[in-house]
Write a protein of this length. Structure first.
Length: 278
């Protein structure tokens, strides 16, 4: 029997009931799944409106809706397994989940570790405490600041490269503070532990809307966000489902619903990168 990974804050949500698949043929073979009949994808619901937990404790957001729609089209139940981002890649490589559905930024390095399927665009925002008079002319002005960021994230790597560039140019070093989740990053900012925080743009916009932060800079490090899978057959089935969603308008409708950025017009969802070598 499949055993859930022993990871903090772990829980499972079934996004499509078995009854929804009674009249269709699965597009993913049981042999390609960790647990027969279930596509198990990790999610970190701390990044609204991509994925979050509502006041009733239910998973909501773009990636939750995408998982539900994919489930219907591949005719396989999708289980969203909640865990912190740093645990996700090890969990997938260790054979404990089938893939990741958490709005991860695509990088060439990641595309060599797993089958990556970019499906949207996203960037980074720099935020400060609400009511702060902090201003930055550009990201270079983060020199000398204490900045909070999610550990093992695209935004942390982006910040490290910026810091290296600053130091090489004779500027002050950025004091980078890593935290396990985006929620912890924001909590540290609000507690005054850091001067600024780096978050996903959509998260920053949501925080500003709720008067939890002030946006200082936005649109940094723009790139694609991706789902990722351990098995190419699974990735191929998801790509086919997403392409169908693009063709019939469901894809755009979901992005409009959550006010997030899809891929550029005319770009089809596909596997990007070479995938794992073994």
């Amino acid at each position: 029997m499949f055993k859930l990974p022993k990871i903090a804050a772990l829980s499972v949500a079934l996004v499509a009931p078995l009854a929804a698949h009674a009249q269709c043929t699965p597009a993913i073979a049981d042999a390609d799944l960790i647990d027969a009949g279930k596509l198990q994808l990790s999610i970190n619901p701390t990044n609204p409106p991509q994925q979050f937990v509502d006041k009733d404790g239910k998973l909501q957001g773009l990636n939750v809706d995408l998982a539900d729609e994919i489930s219907k089209r591949v005719c396989v139940d999708v289980e969203l397994v909640r865990m912190d981002f740093p645990a996700m890649i090890p969990a997938m490589k260790g054979g404990r989940i089938d893939g990741m559905n958490t709005g991860m930024f695509w990088t060439e390095e990641r595309s060599k570790m797993m089958w990556t399927v970019p499906y949207s665009e996203q960037s980074i925002a720099v935020i400060a405490k609400p009511g702060s008079d902090a201003t930055l002319a550009s990201e270079t002005d983060l020199q000398g600041k204490t900045v909070g960021v999610e550990t093992n994230s695209y935004q942390q790597n982006w910040l490290k490269k910026l810091n290296e560039t600053n130091v090489a140019a004779g500027k002050k070093e950025i004091d980078i503070r890593g935290f396990a989740t985006a929620s912890a990053v924001v909590a540290a900012l609000q507690a005054g532990q850091v001067d600024n925080a780096l978050v996903v743009d959509s998260v920053g916009a949501d925080l500003v809307k709720r008067e939890k932060a002030k946006e200082v800079l936005t649109g940094l490090g723009k790139t694609r966000t991706t789902m990722a899978f351990a098995n190419k057959n699974v990735a191929d089935a998801v790509v086919k489902a997403m392409d169908e969603m693009q063709d019939d308008g469901t894809y755009q409708a979901l992005f409009d619903k959550w006010k997030l950025s899809p891929l550029p017009e005319g770009e089809k969802v596909s596997i990007a990168g070479p995938g794992p070598s073994n």
